[in-house]
Design a protein around this ligand. Structure first.
Ligand SMILES: O=C(O)[C@@H](CO)OP(=O)(O)O
Ligand SMILES: [Mn+2]
Ligand SMILES: [Mn+2]
Length: 542
């Protein structure tokens, strides 16, 4: 199918650029003391929610290609949906299907992993929860059971504690479930399955967008060479770390399970390693560390020589850079994204965010493609994020992103642009209500500044979010508040700020309006008819 767009039948577009502002993690939930969005003083956002050109969009579950409507949204599926204008079955669903059909075990990669596991040891590494954003323990359990059924007796599980997609201190629940399957398998097959190492996902292994390679270094040495504080069991490790500080699971340090002072599961030559995460952003760096011969981001031989391993991912996390080379399930094939259509029409555009969300407005936006679609038309800008817990600096880099965005809008060089303000999400994940309120006030100020630039240029601003987070900061049970660090199932706001608006169109959202409807809407506002197979525009033109 061709990538060219037809001129719109009635709307020629505005003189200034169309800009999409994604306020990451800012959903719409009932007002109340746990809602940082409504508790914050946000005059600009309040005004947007009251205008006629305002609606709310579904941002979770089947509307964004997840297995069920119990699945909260996340940045990957949210930005994929906004950029692609259609619903694609996402990693979580594709892995469920491949496991249910047994297809995953027919792959050459699985069979080779089993050969290595039978001759040596199979290592399964990944995020250890049922959050279904990066991974799901049911996937881990299916792989463990199948490996055992196929004759693997030596298997090490390396667990990354979550507390970010699930309750802040829920690691012990998942450890208990995993230990119980381990006991069952070990009894059934006289096998030696065991948890070998672990640590909090924001402390080791799962860095993204090269924000902090040291995290990956710590995780690599922990899982591979057994470097970390030693404990007799994972439960004991977590209990001891809970005693020692008030940190949630995501921030707990690296630990190693030892027997008589020796790690129970170092990686050795000839072993197989499977990373069972399905989402890409936080899986790419550790994959590079395991599979690239010329890897140079840190010294893998610092403690012991880097072993020769058979490495595979659950999915291929980056199809352009082919990371990893070996994988079990084909990733979603997201084609014909909005960016490709706009480039084909020679529309100039910018994308900007800080490191933590930079790949969201580029890689995820473009259907998981690395790099520029067309460098002569696009400008991508990354403002470096700080490596701290973001409740300590809830403004993050929002002011810097805003200042640069205003400059890009006013340069007159761009017809389209998108930016992501990370605050609602990254501060929301810390579970710190006061900081999240502050974060929302910063977002409000930044939105106001961007609106003024749009007004000066006669452009259009689309204000929205990719999923909820800051809109529910705690839950309450028996009078006790439990911080909620995860995303929410909330819809997200969608407001059009069009200073030259003269009634040329009305907002007319279908009942199932979701993030995938933004692309066609944007294309209309740029003066084109949307591609026929896109989810329909939210606008009706008179
Ligand atoms: O931090 C992350 O990796 C996820 C939560 O697991 O958040 P987001 O989808 O907003 O990037
Ligand atoms: Mn997000
Ligand atoms: Mn998030």
């Amino acid at each position: 199918m061709s990538l060219s767009l037809k001129k719109h039948h009635s709307f020629a577009g505005r003189p200034g650029p169309v800009v999409i502002l994604v306020a990451d993690g800012v959903g719409v939930a009932p007002a109340g003391p746990s809602n940082a969005v409504t508790e914050a003083n946000t005059p600009t956002l309040d005004k947007l929610a009251k205008q006629t050109l305002y609606t709310e969009l579904a941002a979770h579950g089947t509307a964004v290609g997840l297995p069920s409507d119990d699945d909260m949204g996340n940045s990957e599926v949210g930005h994929n949906a906004i950029g692609a204008g259609r619903i694609f079955a996402q990693g979580a669903k594709l892995v469920n299907q491949a496991i249910a059909s047994g297809e995953v075990y027919d792959t050459e990669v699985w069979q080779q992993a089993i050969q290595h596991g039978k001759a040596n040891t199979l290592h399964l590494l990944g995020l250890h929860s049922d959050g279904n954003v990066h991974s799901h323990t049911q996937h881990l359990y299916a792989l463990m059971q199948k490996a055992a059924d196929q004759g693997v007796t030596e298997c090490c599980i390396h667990i990354l504690l979550d507390g970010r997609d699930v309750a802040a201190r829920s690691a012990l629940t998942y450890i208990e479930q995993t230990e119980s399957l381990i006991s069952k398998i070990n009894a059934q097959y006289a096998a030696n399955f065991r948890i070998a190492s672990g640590g909090g996902r924001m402390e080791i292994t799962m860095d993204r967008y090269e924000a902090d390679w040291d995290m990956v270094r710590r995780g690599y040495h922990c899982h591979t060479h057994g470097v970390g504080v030693g404990f007799e069991s994972a439960a004991q490790a977590v209990e001891a770390m809970y005693e020692a500080s008030s940190k949630g699971d995501q921030y707990l340090p690296a630990f190693v399970i030892e027997k008589n002072g020796d790690p129970v599961g170092r990686m050795n030559d000839g072993d197989a390693v499977i990373l069972f995460n399905f989402r890409g952003d936080r899986a790419i760096e550790i994959s590079l560390a395991y599979e690239r011969d010329d890897f140079a981001k840190f010294d893998r031989n610092e403690h012991r020589a880097h072993p020769s391993l058979f490495y595979a991912g659950m999915l291929q996390y980056d199809g352009d850079e082919m990371v990893p080379q070996q994988y079990l399930v084909n990733p979603p094939q997201i084609d014909r994204t909005m960016g490709e259509f706009l480039c084909a029409e020679k529309i100039t555009s910018f994308a900007i965010s800080e490191t933590q969300k930079y790949g969201h407005v580029t890689f995820f936006w473009n259907g998981n493609r690395s790099g520029y679609l067309d460098k002569s038309l696009e400008t991508y800008i990354e403002i470096p994020s700080d490596n701290i817990e973001f409740n300590q600096a809830p403004a993050m880099k929002a002011y810097e992103i805003t200042e640069k965005t205003v400059e890009l809008i006013e340069s007159g060089k761009f017809r389209f642009g998108r930016l992501n303000l990370a605050n609602g999400d990254m501060v929301g994940h810390t579970g710190d209500l006061a900081a999240a309120i502050k974060a929302m006030e910063v977002v409000d100020e930044c939105v106001a500044k961007i609106i003024r630039a749009i007004e000066r240029q006669g452009g259009v601003l689309l204000y929205t979010a990719d999923h909820g987070n800051a809109d529910i900061m705690y839950t309450e049970k028996d009078g006790v508040r439990h911080p909620k660090t995860s995303h929410t199932l909330s819809p997200v706001p969608f407001a059009i700020v069009d200073p030259l608006y003269a009634g040329e169109y009305q907002l007319s959202p279908p009942t199932d309006a979701g993030l995938t409807h933004i692309a066609a809407t944007t294309i209309n506002l740029l003066g084109f008819e949307a591609p026929e197979d896109y989810q329909p525009s939210l606008l009706r033109f008179s």
